[in-house]
Design a protein. Structure first.
Length: 446
């Protein structure tokens, strides 16, 4: 039972790191798109159709694996170098190289001592590790692979057809609050005594894993009076049938009580650590994505909505409750009998995106606004082409934070180029900004 409780704590704490970066940049393969603010990345089906008209494709150079692979021990609970916080950082952003990631403070001591129920009675031991005060993160990774069967074709590349495909579906939502008095203690440069105080850390995290079977509609209609090969009206719609295979909903309540001397103590009237876990392995649901876009010579714009009527009904959900009476003396976890609670429906907010772009001979500019699972978002960027080189710069506003980025592209040959982008990321438990490097090859067919 003790090992089960340890693994639950590891899961609940590590997911705090993993939930935030589901925004596309940490898993995007295209360094060029990241430099332009991360515009696109599945936000509008019709915009994706327009992007498919591009003659180039990106192949990621996963330099981040040079950091992850030599440190696989952080994922192993049986290793003495197991580090759940760093494991969360690696899992959240494994592809891109992050400067200083292997030397940053992860709070390993604090997390390990909670996991083993052996916290130091003096909380000043953990000064220097300061988790964010409040985190509200959400992400949806719903890639689709498949193809369009064109049932009819017309002039200037116009067509109508059906799309058939599928792909993985992973959604996560998490909310964490950390007592500001505890953060003040941990951030202090000198020891702090907090007598007769109760500190709290609360987290609620829900994860859904499913596979989707997709049937859709694709069309491109020619527009009179335009000369560009890409010009036209693009229309797309997908119906996703979702087959869920894992639902986990964690609720973690951590209470740290101090005595008159400001040291941790056992308060018989409170439970220092309680984990509530909802779990199911069967679910069915659906979601609808729609999008429309237009290209008028140099101008491109569109609008999309993803996740209309989004829902998964999870069957035979059970509730488990785990508690421990002391985080200092290393006591045993107590598990209550599982309680069946029937079916649970989980719905996600609809993700709306609107974009605008202008493409000149030597430069382009693009802007995207949205509102959805990550709240209000704004992405934008520009590119200047100078012979064999391309200079790029952009900005992203996500989760109430501005994140700048910049990059360069170099044509190694008429058909091969390399793109490098530097951008900020906060894929860590403390939400500290770190510099990340994305690199990809660009292959041009014509």
């Amino acid at each position: 039972m003790r090992r089960t409780g340890q693994l639950l704590i590891v899961t609940a704490l590590a997911v705090l790191v993993q939930a935030a970066p589901l925004s596309a940049q940490n898993w995007s393969f295209d360094a060029r798109d990241i430099a332009l603010g991360g515009i696109g990345n599945g936000g509008n089906l019709a915009a994706d159709m327009i992007q498919e008209e591009r003659s180039s494709r990106a192949i990621v150079l996963p330099l981040g694996l040079l950091q992850v692979v030599p440190n696989l021990h952080v994922f192993d609970p049986s290793s003495d170098r197991f580090d759940p916080a760093r494991a969360g950082e690696y899992a959240a952003s494994p592809i891109h190289y992050i400067v200083g990631r292997d030397h940053s403070s992860t709070g390993q001591l604090f997390v390990d001592d909670i996991r083993n129920a052996r916290l130091s009675r003096d909380l000043n031991t953990y000064r220097g590790f300061v988790p964010a005060a409040r985190l509200q993160e959400a992400g949806l990774a719903a890639s689709s692979w498949g193809g369009t069967i064109k049932l009819s074709r017309g002039n200037a590349g116009s067509f109508q057809g059906i799309f058939i495909g599928g792909g993985p579906y992973f959604a996560t939502q998490t909310t964490t609050t950390v007592d500001e008095r505890l953060r003040t203690l941990l951030a202090s440069e000198t020891p702090v005594v907090a007598p007769n105080t109760s500190f709290a850390i609360d987290n609620a995290t829900a994860n859904q894993m499913a596979v989707s079977i997709i049937g859709g509609y694709r069309a491109r209609f020619a527009l009179a009076g335009t000369s560009s090969e890409r010009s036209g009206l693009y229309v797309a719609a997908n119906y996703r049938y979702l087959r869920g295979f894992l639902y986990e909903d964690f609720g973690l309540c951590l209470r740290l009580d101090t005595d008159r001397a400001g040291l941790l103590t056992v308060n018989p009237t409170t439970v220092p650590l309680e984990i509530t876990r909802l779990r199911a392995s069967r679910g069915r649901g659906a979601a609808i994505d729609v999008g429309v876009g237009a290209v008028l010579d140099r101008i491109e714009f569109g609008f999309g909505a993803n996740g209309l009527a989004n829902r998964i009904d999870w069957n035979d959900v059970e509730r488990h409750r785990y508690t421990i009476q002391s985080l200092v003396t290393g006591g045993e976890f107590l598990e209550s009998l599982p309680t069946p609670i029937g079916d649970v429906r989980v719905e996600l907010p609809v993700d709306y995106r609107g974009h605008f772009a202008y493409r000149a001979d030597a430069w382009l500019g693009a802007l995207e606004v949205g509102r959805g699972i990550q709240g209000n978002t704004l992405r934008g960027g520009a590119e200047w082409r100078l012979g064999y080189f391309a200079l790029r710069g952009g900005m992203r506003y996500v989760r109430q934070r501005w994140e700048p980025r910049g990059g360069i592209g170099v044509n190694l040959s008429p058909r091969v180029g390399i793109d490098v982008t530097a951008f900020s990321t906060s894929a860590n438990l403390q939400r500290k900004r770190q510099l990340a490097i994305a690199t990809s090859l660009r292959l041009t067919a014509r």
